[in-house]
Design a protein around this ligand. Structure first.
Ligand SMILES: Cc1ncc(C[n+]2csc(CCOP(=O)(O)OP(=O)(O)O)c2C)c(N)n1
Ligand code: SF4
Length: 179
């Protein structure tokens, strides 16, 4: 049974000091240790973005994938080896912009994969473009024209309520079907 420290490798994260991504890494390590896993029983699959680097810093199987495609890769890993504990993670741009189609279908399939969205409400790695989770009217240096549409808060999906809270989406999201 591996400890919290044993789920960390010796690569120094290059996130900015104080970035919330450090806490997500620690939470994954803690959860894995608390569940009594060994590193070879865990796979962390990430997208592209600052958040996507997380798979490189955890002592487990890992794949730093393609922007918006953490979920399809993670689902493939799970289908290939159902014994593995599979965690997919990425940013809000990764999951709710380029990867939104995959997010919707992953919810519908509801495989036993944990999806963590590191929702900083912006594209961090590429210097601050707005994401579907940015507040309405939010301007950035590289997005001087604020988005005109309200941020992505409401989806109508058939999925368990627990999944919705994991996705950090509004409770207004209903369990009614997507027609
Ligand atoms: C197919 C593709 N399109 C665009 C990019 C450029 N790109 C890299 S990361 C990124 C957005 C990152 O934002 P987010 O997913 O929110 O992650 P964060 O950096 O905030 O953690 C973009 C647009 C890319 N790498 N690949
Ligand atoms: S740019 Fe933002 S998301 Fe990226 S490492 Fe720095 S604080 Fe974290």
């Amino acid at each position: 049974m591996a400890t919290f420290k044993e789920f960390r490798n010796n690569i120094k994260p290059n996130w900015c000091p104080g970035c919330g991504d450090f806490s997500v890494q620690a939470a994954i390590q803690r959860a894995a240790a608390n569940r009594g896993l060994e590193p070879e029983q865990l796979a962390v699959i990430s997208g592209i973005g600052c958040s996507g680097r997380i798979s490189g810093y955890i002592n487990a199987y890992g794949l730093h994938g393609i922007h918006g495609r953490a979920l399809p890769i993670a689902q493939g890993v799970k289908l290939a080896n159902r014994e593995l504990t599979v965690v997919a993670s990425g940013g809000d741009g990764d999951g709710f912009a380029i990867g939104m189609g995959h997010t919707v279908h992953a919810i519908r399939r509801n495989l036993d994969v944990t999806y963590i969205v590191m929702d900083n409400q912006i594209y961090g790695l590429t210097k601050g473009q707005t994401s579907p989770r940015s507040a309405e009217g939010f301007k950035t240096k590289s997005t001087p024209e604020a988005p005109s549409s309200p941020r992505c808060r409401r989806l109508k999906l058939r999925c368990p309520p627990a999944l919705l809270s994991l996705l950090n989406l509004s409770p207004a999201i209903s369990s009614s079907s997507l027609h």
